[in-house]
Design a protein around this ligand. Structure first.
Ligand code: LLP
Length: 404
């Protein structure tokens, strides 16, 4: 995304012109940015040669998954639907890991049938369920045990996963018990120790703590895992001023761990691959002036993009055409939905805006379209992929008549 002559461009396409061709709001992705993020992620960890399983929950667009697959990534999935979509994108089962606290018998059975790399179990009862199904099928199934390392990654409280009070994973003590109980099972093969401590992590220190806990468990049990799955969670710079995760340090921590423990590392990144790859192109419907504020009422709403309403997270909003006149008044960028939380951002000043102006809500590629809903009986928006000077609709806007 860049400005040329005060006009916003996604690669070589003028955002304002694009908004004349496609009904707003719509998600607009950059192929080049996606490619660069993948290259960068690989480069950051090139010395440890990990298996990178893209976290499909962050974005499950088939076209995007196909691109990701073509760059050699696998998938981290959490449901039968995501597994089907990943397979449809051509991702090989031997590059797919299955996470989640509530896998149903049907989902486990399907994952076994498809011979995916690992089912990462999150409780003893789940291990039992997998064993029972595997026995019925006369199979030996590769599983991981997801550790809850009791670490607070200090990100948004609502997306924390690594503390004992969170529902995810198994405490160290229980994990060792489960390991001893099932290590000689003839229907399951415990191959992996997995962990994921949260999302939007910008400090490497929680990762350091996490690796220490893993190292401790391996030392205590002397169990030979083939894989250690470190999950995802790598944060991105939403506001162009936050600190960045120090990948060098994180990589060094892992390298040190690998000197002692000969395992294959798996990562499950979502946000760091797709987060800053898309903008939500929106149109101003009305500018509503009150004595204290200007409400900029957009045609996009919390049903299209949920993160601000759900987590109070803030995403930059930039104009498709820059102008020089600054209005020094609070601007609340809101959607048309009948909820006070249907609000994207509040700024102290902004350039003069008029009805029909086009704006771009930034960094919406991860946990954007996947969280969209039909609230207020609104259709989910289209998704568009830009590459150089061309664009392609990779998912159409829902049809209002079908929906109704
Ligand atoms: N692996 C597991 C087991 C996960 O639960 C998650 C995300 C990931 C990998 C990918 O994490 P990432 O690299 O994207 O941080 N909707 C929230 C984020 C929820 C994250 C859920 N788990 C948001 O919009 O901030």
């Amino acid at each position: 995304m860049q400005y040329k002559n005060k006009n916003l461009y996604i690669e070589n396409i003028n955002a304002h012109s694009l908004a004349k061709k496609i009904d707003t709001p719509f998600y607009c992705y950059s192929f080049d940015k996606l490619k660069r993020n993948i290259d960068e992620f690989k480069k950051n960890f090139s010395t440890i040669n990990p298996l990178i399983c893209f976290s499909v929950k962050s974005n499950n667009n088939l076209n995007i998954l196909r691109i990701i697959k073509n760059f050699g990534l696998g998938a981290d999935i959490v449901s039968r639907g995501e597994l089907l979509r990943a397979l449809k994108a051509g991702i090989k089962p031997e590059k797919i890991v299955f996470s989640g606290v509530g896998k149903t018998a049907d989902e486990i059975s399907f994952a076994i049938k498809k011979k995916i790399l690992l089912i990462n179990a999150e409780s003893e009862n789940e291990v039992k369920a997998i064993q029972k199904i595997a026995k019925r099928k006369r199979e030996k199934v590769n599983i991981g045990l997801r550790l809850n390392p009791n670490i607070d990654a200090r990100t948004l409280g609502k997306i924390s996963t690594g503390r004992n009070e969170d529902k995810f994973g198994i405490t160290g003590k229980n994990l060792i018990k489960i390991l001893n109980k099932f290590k000689n099972s003839s229907n399951i093969n415990i191959k992996c120790l997995s962990v994921h401590i949260g999302s939007q992590i910008l400090d490497h220190r929680p990762y350091l703590k996490m690796i220490k806990v893993i190292d401790n468990i391996i030392e205590k049990t002397k169990y030979k895992f083939d894989y250690v799955d470190l999950g995802g969670g790598m944060g991105i710079d939403y506001n162009l001023n936050s600190k960045k995760l120090n990948y060098k340090k994180y990589n060094l921590i892992i390298k040190k761990f690998l000197k002692k423990n000969k395992v294959k590392i798996i990562f499950e990144p979502g946000r760091s691959i797709v987060g800053n790859v898309a903008v939500l192109i929106s149109k101003v419907i009305y500018v509503k002036s009150s004595s204290r504020k200007n409400f900029i009422i957009l045609d996009s709403a919390m049903n299209d993009f949920m993160r601000p309403a759900l987590y109070g997270s803030s995403h930059r909003i930039v104009p498709a055409k820059k102008n020089q006149s600054i209005v020094k008044k609070v601007h609340d960028f809101v959607g048309p939905i009948c909820e006070t939380t249907d609000s994207f951002l509040s700024l102290k000043k902004y350039q003069k805006l008029n009805e029909n102006d086009i704006l771009a809500i930034c960094d919406v590629g991860a946990y954007g379209i996947v969280l969209a809903s039909n609230y207020n009986l609104r259709t989910k928006p289209a998704e568009v992929m830009v590459s150089k000077s061309s664009f392609k609709i990779i998912s159409k806007r829902e049809n209002i008549n079908k929906l109704v």
